[in-house]
Design a protein around this ligand. Structure first.
Ligand SMILES: NC(=O)C1=CN([C@@H]2O[C@H](COP(=O)(O)OP(=O)(O)OC[C@H]3O[C@@H](n4cnc5c(N)ncnc54)[C@H](OP(=O)(O)O)[C@@H]3O)[C@@H](O)[C@H]2O)C=CC1
Ligand SMILES: O=C(O)[C@H](O)CS(=O)(=O)O
Length: 484
């Protein structure tokens, strides 16, 4: 049993229209570090999903009629409760997802930062007044909430990925039905407990755990009361949802897969680049969409960088996220581990060499040694596929053009990183990278103040920043005639 200051935060019932419900069906949630079952969570069927959508639809008028300040005050209270319960929220998160407790606390603060940001933005959803096109005309543009939002999110950031969506949605007056990943529903349910305490009205925010993602997704996409689908996860599933949503012309926000290049130029600060690579690659054991998936190092610094990186990586501690000092937790499941091993064996078979790591960890289970692989070349899977694990594949390159061409040789375009000092090179490379986000001399770019999102097949829409509310708003143009 988890040791919580407030045991009520370990909620296993579904939260539908302000009611905590059980229906006799449940699915188990396991701790990936130990394999132990944490809890059995209510398993909702499509009829319950429809109930949640109906409730969100019925609640939207009154919620949108509140002032931005009134909605913002409730969101601010929600933020304060998340921060005030950070220890319990992080414990629940580490237990169900596996990341080290320090990273889990970081995620709680990161998720809460979106709630805080949009608590403030709620008062600033401005429209426009446009000079009329005829003497008697006056033109006004309103921004209005899209309505009911259906959300589907992944297991790797089970708090922040929901917070990054629900905060702007509620801030502008939308209502929200959240379906968390089957592997990690407890963080979402804890958010609902605190949302209820913060005063979010019944029906405005529901959490619908389910073991049947496909059926829930189909209902969210098909139900005409749902105005928008917001999704974070793989590009494969994002395409399914976009196709399913097309039948009712659903608005979509898609935060999809990544394949981030990390480029180290000859004029880089190599020590800084090593530190940047450590966080960009090994945060969440490499299970983030903005992880450095490919590391390109210019020949002049290749030996120094690869040796320094391998030395730092070999010292990373692997273990249960609750253990002091652990940097690398377990992978989420056996399938994730198999993908990591497949990418590694493919690279080795095609001539790559292991500089450190390369094996399942002696801890067993889904623990894997943080790994650095050198002599990686274009024909290997790690160049084109997202590994989603603690493997750093190093490619050597000669020229800037070669690096940019290699970096852009992917259907993905979420994040990209590079280290260089020459200011002209910095601008040239940053402008040429085909990504939605670029880290320059930094390996950590995620923040609520900036627009998070991708191009190409990494998705569409932006989350966070002054741009983040736009995804949840419609523009209405009003033309006043006969004004004399
Ligand atoms: N751009 C971004 O911000 C992020 C992108 N990702 C990407 O997602 C992948 C890893 O996450 P992962 O969770 O495995 O991705 P998936 O796309 O498999 O799952 C994401 C969510 O979609 C649900 N889902 C799966 N199939 C369907 C379906 N047919 N209809 C509706 N929902 C469905 C899953 O449910 P369930 O798990 O219960 O089956 C889960 O809740 C990687 O590619 C990663 O890059 C991940 C996080 C952030
Ligand atoms: O799910 C993810 O991978 C997150 O988007 C990564 S981040 O926002 O924490 O960088």
């Amino acid at each position: 049993m988890l040791k919580l200051n407030d045991p009520a935060l370990l909620e296993t019932r579904a939260y539908v229209n302000g009611h905590w419900i059980e229906n006799g069906n449940s699915f188990p949630v396991f701790n990936p570090a130990t394999g132990e079952k944490i809890a059995d969570v209510t398993d909702l069927g499509v009829e319950d999903v429809t109930l949640a959508i109906d409730g969100a639809y019925d609640a939207k008028a009154a919620w949108a009629a509140k002032t931005g300040k009134e909605r913002g005050t409730i969101l601010r209270k929600w933020h304060d409760l998340m921060v005030g319960n950070i220890d319990d929220l992080a414990t629940i998160l580490t237990a169900e997802m596996g990341k080290p407790l320090a990273e889990a606390k970081g995620e709680i603060m990161y998720g809460a930062s979106y709630v805080e940001w949009f608590a403030e933005e709620a008062k600033r959803i401005y429209g426009d007044v446009i000079p009329g096109h005829q003497p008697d005309k006056r033109i006004v543009v309103l921004k209005q909430p899209v309505g009911v939002v259906g959300s589907i999110t992944p297991w790797n950031f089970p708090n922040a990925m929901i917070a990054r969506k629900v905060a702007p949605a509620l801030a502008v007056g939308c209502t929200f039905v959240a379906r968390p990943a089957e592997l990690t529903p407890l963080s979402a349910l804890a958010m609902a407990v605190l949302g209820e305490r913060a005063g979010i009205p019944k029906g405005v925010f529901s959490v619908i755990p389910s073991s049947d993602a496909s059926t829930v997704g189909k209902e969210l996409c098909a139900n005409t009361k749902v105005a928008k689908i917001t999704f974070t996860g793989s590009t494969r599933v994002g395409k399914i949802l976009m196709e399913q949503g097309a039948a009712t012309v659903k608005k979509v926000s898609m935060e999809l897969g990544g394949n981030a290049p990390f480029i180290v130029f000859d004029d880089a600060d190599v020590d800084a680049a090593v530190e940047g690579a450590l966080i960009a690659k090994y945060r969440n054991a490499g299970q983030t969409c903005v992880c450095a998936n490919r590391i390109y190092v210019q020949s002049g610094v290749y030996k120094e960088f690869s040796e320094k990186l391998a030395k730092r990586v070999s010292a990373l501690s692997v273990g249960d996220g609750f253990e002091e000092g652990v940097a690398i937790g377990p992978l989420i499941n056996e399938a994730a581990l198999s993908k990591v091993e497949a990418h590694l064996s493919d690279a080795i078979a095609k001539g790559a060499r292991i500089a450190t790591g390369g094996n399942r960890h002696s801890r067993g289970g889904t623990f894997f040694e943080p790994t650095v692989v050198t002599d990686v070349t274009r024909g290997m899977q790690v160049q084109h596929e997202e590994t989603f694990g603690p493997i750093a594949p190093l490619f050597e390159f000669e020229t800037e053009d070669e690096a940019v061409e290699l970096a852009n040789d992917t259907e993905f375009g979420l994040a990209g990183y590079f280290y260089a000092k020459d200011i002209s090179r910095v601008w040239r490379v940053a402008e040429r990278l085909e990504t939605g986000m670029v880290g320059i001399n930094t390996g950590l770019i995620s923040t609520e103040v900036a627009p998070f999102g991708g191009v190409k097949q990494s998705g569409q829409g932006r989350e966070g920043s002054k741009y983040g509310a736009d995804d949840y708003l419609e523009i209405k143009y009003m033309c006043f005639g006969e004004i004399h």
